[in-house]
Design a protein around this ligand. Structure first.
Ligand code: 5RP
Length: 234
């Protein structure tokens, strides 16, 4: 399958080979993670025993429809493996996530996992993070003040660009599963991701941001020439 959806499914299929009976899995969000949940569902229906923690309500519904048994981090606080997509990935396995507005739950689930494998098509691999607007999840309370503080944090980290509230398709601001809003910071390039992460965490209204640093342990990237991997996979 040479089309983009085919590449995403190829990456998901390779990640599925890492799943062993009895594993506790983090289930990502997005169009690539959707392939993984669907393929996992096929295995479960064929007898594989696993449990999953979904990173969004969307993934929860899909997993249930596919027959994947679910648990929560309250019942199962330590997971074996999370498989999730990404909006950007660099050669050091640093990510931008949150294009699907699930970044906070995705980060909590990834942090709770012994391993996080990113699945993506080759277009997600970048030399430097920042072309994809960085999602920042914020409390609705004091939104205008938080936007100003986020802009200052971004400048302190040596970045420049616009910060906008992500709209909902039906009008108004998008609200995440956790009841927050999303700011999209169109930075073009992030010269110091660790500094930017630290600066954003200093803003009280910031619930989380889409920079995933030191969380991914490996990546499966599907290219037209076949699947390639980064980091530790097996
Ligand atoms: C959702 C995410 C997704 O993993 C990311 O947006 C990639 O999605 P897709 O696989 O559809 O390109 O971070 O919050």
């Amino acid at each position: 399958m040479a089309d983009l959806e085919g590449l995403k499914r190829d990456a998901a299929a390779r990640a599925l080979q890492l799943v062993r009976p009895g594993m506790k899995l983090g289930l990502g969000t997005g169009s690539t993670a959707k392939h993984f949940v669907e393929l996992l569902g096929e295995k479960v229906r064929a007898g594989l025993e696993v449990v999953g923690v979904p990173t969004s309500e969307q993934t929860r519904e899909l997993a249930l429809a596919c027959g994947v048994p679910l648990t929560s981090l309250d019942e199962t606080p330590a997971l074996d493996l999370t498989v999730d997509g990404a909006d950007e990935i660099d050669h050091d396995l640093r990510l931008i996530k949150g294009g699907g507005a699930a970044l906070l739950r995705e980060k909590i689930v990834a942090q709770a996992s012994a391993r996080m494998i990113v699945i993506a098509d080759e277009t997600k691999l970048v030399e430097r993070l920042g072309r994809f607007p960085l999602p920042v999840e914020v409390a609705p309370f004091g939104l205008a003040a938080t936007i100003m503080a986020v802009r200052r944090a971004i400048e302190r980290a040596g970045c420049h660009g616009s910060v906008t509230v992500r709209p909902h398709k039906a009008g108004g601001a998008l609200v995440t599963d956790g009841g927050h809003n999303i700011l999209d910071a169109a930075l073009g390039s992030i010269p110091d991701a660790a500094r930017l992460s630290d600066e954003l965490h200093e803003v009280p209204g910031v619930m989380g941001h889409g920079l995933f640093l030191g969380l991914a342990t490996g990546a499966v990237l599907a290219t037209r020439a076949g699947v390639r991997t980064l980091g530790q996979i097996d």
